[in-house]
Ligand binder design. Structure first.
Ligand SMILES: [Mg+2]
Length: 115
């Protein structure tokens, strides 16, 4: 499914439950952060090996995928309600990041552009 199709699925899901009244930009942003925290919680106190083991465990992997889906849900809902073209926004941000992180300087580096 493309963004447009996913937007329709999410929109219909929310409209059939009359959830639009709760979907202010602030509350959708809170949803994004909350779901991101739930994703992060799965990896809390786990070293790199334990993180790999978690991803290899089918039950835990499904939990991780559920949290990613929750994040996507809020992202799509936000973009749909507040007229954000996610593809255009991503392309524009990647261009900005390309300027901030030129390949010849940042390949293999995790430094922030302003460090
Ligand atoms: Mg969740």
């Amino acid at each position: 499914m493309q963004f447009d199709e996913l937007n329709v699925v999410v929109r219909e899901f929310c409209e059939s439950r009359d959830w639009g009244q709760y979907h202010t930009p602030k509350d959708l942003a809170i949803g994004l952060v909350t779901e991101s925290s739930e994703l992060l919680e799965l990896f809390r106190f786990k070293d790199r090996t334990e993180q790999s083991e978690l991803l290899a465990d089918s039950e835990k992997r499904e939990e991780m995928e559920d949290e990613l889906a929750d994040i996507l849900f809020f992202l799509l809902r936000y973009a749909d309600l507040y007229d954000v073209d996610l593809e255009a926004a991503l392309e524009r941000k990647l261009e900005k990041n390309d300027g901030r992180y030129p390949e010849d300087e940042y390949t293999g580096s995790n430094k922030k552009y302003d460090e």
